[in-house]
Ligand binder design. Sequence first.
Ligand code: MLZ
Length: 316
Amino acid sequence: QPNPKFSWKAYMELNKAVPVPEQTFAAIHGLSPFPKQPNPFQVGCFLEAVDPDHRSEICLMKVAQVQGYRLRLHFVGDYSCYDIWAPADWPLIFPCGFCKSTGRKLNIANRLPDEVRDVDLPSLSSGQSDLLTNDPYKNSTVFKIGDKLEAVDRKNSDLICVATVVDIIGEYLLIHFDGWHNEYDYWARFNSPSIHPIGWCKSNNYILSLPPKYKGIFSWQQYIKLSKSQAASPKCFSTYDHRKDIKIGMKLEVVDHRNQLVVRVASIVDVDEFRVKVHYDGWGSECDVWMDIDSHDLHPPTWCLKTGHLLQPPVD
Ligand code: MLZ
């Protein structure tokens, strides 16, 4: 239920604050930040989705809870403590049959003792791939699988590393760091500020972090030749810079990173090339957190109200 006691209008006036502009969210995600239709999912639906902790894996999941336009997703065959929250328009959620019909591996967790394992697995018959006839998932960027680039390591955000596009779904690229375990992989929309064309570090005076076994002086030309690959064309990369639109002090609604059920009133306290630092209003600055600018946990003010989600107002 939306919170009837909190008014964004009054809060903005009181604090003389302005919201993070709606268009910023639209530019980042390529979607209106306010969904046009109600949440189409129901508790008990099966679906396939990227595991946010192991982004190179797509897992069988089941909708365990619906709140407004958000979903709690349960990994079928795993303990509920690993459940995750996602908005219903998260682009990394797919209908059942997606992996099968697109030749990808579907992971099904197998961690539970037999007696508590989910028994009602959906039949992943070819019939379900009807859902995919009007394929919104086909590659709709100019990037190609195998393209080399320079990408921020989001788990070690001070590193920009030699990377490859290893999968593409719609407008989203799976970025893999050459020579590293796929635990560092992540999905980025084509316009993400975390990805750059080859040579970017050199021209911007950053150190390019090399594949771990690379010996000698690095040359992209030679590396591309030896790995029989190609560089992503500089034209593939977007020039949208969120820093021209997002300013310190702007207000927004942000999922509490320690309790994903909760969405809080928040402010921007810092901005860098690919992240924002978020302050939960009313909380101490020790709770501030850096989040990727394209995180699906950031929403414009009134998002909760418009989507029927509870918003936690600032604590006094
Ligand atoms: N400290 C870490 C850094 C890994 C960086 C990986 N970048 C893709 C390590 O050395 O394991």
